[in-house]
Write a protein that binds this ligand. Structure first.
Ligand code: NDP
Length: 296
């Protein structure tokens, strides 16, 4: 194995430390405590775990956490009324509605009812537009985490060939915009891309966000490339359940310059970036200097 393994857990801990230091300064100097409201509708067990982790980590960095758990049969009007209250609440700087929502609720309508300045998931149509036009936006957490790791590994990304495999609104597209913002030459690949192997082999930076277990083998990777594996796939091997990425780790690590493992790579960065976005939103709301190194 030749690649450097990018330790997402350790890097996420550093991000949380930076956030905590900034929160402490905000409290001490300005008397402001950033607050994150998380809204969960229904009782999906995976969503409950995510929401619990988000609440716990929010408190650990010294911010206020407001959890709103609503029953699965909550009407759209009730949910929109809650979001309106949170939009107007000066103690709440970030609002996150846990997805997926129960089928009778229109996710686009709900997300677009959040004040864009408090949209710490970066899914509001205004933030999508701001990011797409190179303006100051709230940036989706997973791609923001990938960008932070890439900058940490490579310094300047300017002029590098970046290939993003996957074009979803939550990972692939914003990732490509962020890489473009850092002056990479960006290719977005997807299920209709012809000769994906050849496209991947051109990449100095390869970001895989597909959701297909180990579909990218080592011989698709340019020697020395930096590989960011966003995929989380549950498989069974040798009678044991296992998490793997979209990249075949062992063969890729033999060729790449650096690679994120799964688990322990991109995953831990997502909540860390949610906390970073909340402190950024708080600073912007109060006209204060934004924390360095925590934004795009
Ligand atoms: P989506 O299912 O929304 O998008 C998957 C993308 O992969 C689509 O654009 C699709 O192309 C493309 N694709 C599918 N099959 C192929 C193929 N054979 N060749 C090339 N491209 C293909 O997934 P998400 O973006 O939401 O998530 C991607 C992965 O990242 C998942 O494993 C998910 O669990 C993980 N994830 C991890 C996070 C983390 O915190 N670490 C956070 C979010 C997601 P097309 O558009 O043509 O259909």
């Amino acid at each position: 194995m030749s690649a450097r393994i990018i330790d997402g857990k350790a890097f996420a801990a550093q991000v949380r430390e930076k956030v905590a230091a900034h929160v402490a300064r905000l409290k001490e100097v300005q008397g402001i405590t950033p607050g994150l409201a998380v809204v969960l509708v229904g009782d999906d067990p995976a969503s409950e775990v995510y929401v619990r982790n988000k609440g716990k980590q929010t408190l650990e960095v010294g911010m206020n956490s407001y959890e709103h758990k609503l029953p699965a049969e909550t009407s759209e009007a009730e949910l929109l009324a809650l979001i309106e209250r949170l939009n107007a609440d000066p103690e709440v700087h970030g609002i996150l509605v846990q997805l997926p929502l129960p089928g009778h609720l229109n996710s686009d309508l709900v997300i677009n009812s959040i004040d864009p300045a408090k949209d710490v998931d970066g899914f509001h149509i205004s933030n999508v537009g701001l990011l797409g036009t190179g303006q100051k936006a709230m940036v989706p957490c997973t791609p923001l985490g990938c960008l932070m790791m890439l900058r940490d590994q490579l310094g300047s990304l300017s002029g590098l060939n970046a290939v993003v495999v996957g074009r979803s609104n939550i990972v692939g597209k914003p990732m490509a915009q962020l890489l473009l913002g850092d002056s990479c030459t960006v290719t977005i690949a997807h299920s209709r891309t012809k000769d994906l192997a050849a496209v991947c082999r051109r990449a100095d930076i390869l970001v895989a966000a597909v959701g297909r277990a180990e579909m990218i083998p080592g011989d698709w990777i340019k020697p020395g490339a930096t590989v960011i594996d966003v995929g989380i796939n549950r498989i069974e091997r040798g009678g044991k359940k296992k998490l793997v990425g979209d990249v075949h780790f062992e063969s890729a690590a033999a060729v790449a310059g650096a690679i994120t493992p799964v688990p322990g790579g991109v995953g831990p960065m997502t909540i860390a970036c949610l906390l970073a976005n909340t402190v950024t939103a708080c600073c912007r709301a109060n006209g204060l200097r934004e924390p360095e190194g925590l934004t795009a």
